[in-house]
Design a binder for this molecule. Structure first.
Ligand code: PHE
Ligand code: FE
Length: 294
């Protein structure tokens, strides 16, 4: 197969990715030593931060996949592990995809991973997903059968929502945001991270569990669908699930009547709490506060 790598374009705004919706081949031999060094540095940083913060399912999957810590992994090699575990596979893409294309991949058990990695100047922040976020953040949990099924159900639900208007798509996108990207989960030892947007960020991995600033609220599906989110800073609210089974069950009903009902409801601001929220108090014996006295 011929690699269909599209080049980045240098414009007056700098280096701008030219997106194509198609699947490409991971141009593995074109990665520079700087690219591999960026991977190694980000990987080492997260390996330091995540024990005791990431959920056990993530840490176990990470170990099982045997991602290389020094070099950018080859998607083909990861796909052997993934296929055996859950029949998912990675596909390489240029970057963010149009919604419907993205939903179609998930429905087919394909996870699109951006092939390029950030530059050394962007170690802490970049405004669009790159290989580190997509691969390190999203892919390990696809080894988990229940989480993987949730992702597929989300893709199928997305394809169904496409005909139901912009509001429906927005409500569905918030569910993705507050679960797949920024979700927290309970464990016997306290709150843990499963959201990929947190797992790929050293700063937010600490902030989401240890700062007093954000709300940590028990997951409620319609509440989540109504909640706006921040794309330019750490989140102001995180929603906490008990288990992937609970998440999968809560999202099983047909969303069509829910989208209709939510059309009449006002959105909620990202940082607010509202009556009915079960707010998990910071340091309430959940295990992240060393003091622990109630
Ligand atoms: N049950 C949802 C629907 O009918 C599909 C879905 C499942 C969406 C899981 C998101 C996550 O649309
Ligand atoms: Fe993401």
């Amino acid at each position: 197969m011929v690699a269909q790598r599209l080049e980045h374009k240098v414009t007056d705004k700098g280096y701008v990715p030219v997106y194509a919706t198609g699947v490409v081949e991971q141009p593995w031999s074109d990665y520079s030593s700087t690219d591999h060094a960026v991977w190694a540095q980000l990987y080492a940083r997260q390996r330091e931060v995540l024990p005791g913060r990431a959920c056990d399912e993530f840490l176990a999957a990470m170990a099982a996949m045997q991602m290389d810590s020094e070099k950018i992994p080859r998607f083909d090699e990861l796909n052997e592990h993934l296929w055996r575990a859950t029949r998912w596979r990675l596909v390489a893409v240029e970057g963010l995809l149009p919604e419907e294309t993205f939903f179609g991949h998930l429905a087919a058990r394909e996870f699109p991973v951006t092939w390029w990695i950030r530059s050394p100047e962007q170690l802490d922040y970049l405004s669009e997903p790159d290989l580190f976020h997509d691969l390190f953040g999203h892919v390990p949990l696809l080894m988990n059968p229940v989480f993987a099924e949730y992702m597929r159900a989300y893709g199928l639900g997305g394809l169904k929502a496409v005909g139901q208007g912009e509001a429906a798509l927005q409500h569905l996108a918030r569910l993705y945001w507050y679960t797949v990207e920024f979700g927290l989960i309970r464990s016997a030892q306290g709150l843990r991270i499963y959201g990929s947007g947190i797992l790929s960020s050293a700063g937010e991995s600490r902030f989401c569990l240890e700062s007093d600033v954000p709300n940590r609220i028990e997951f409620n599906m319609e509440r989540v669908m109504r909640t706006r989110y921040r794309i330019d800073s750490f989140q102001r609210s995180y929603f906490v699930i008990d288990s992937f089974e609970q998440l999968f069950e809560a999202t099983r009903p047909d969303f069509t009547p829910i989208y209709q009902r939510l059309r009449q409801c006002e959105d909620l601001p990202a940082g607010a709490t509202v009556p009915g929220d079960v707010v998990i108090q910071h340091g309430s014996g959940e295990g992240w506060d060393a003091g622990g006295d109630v």
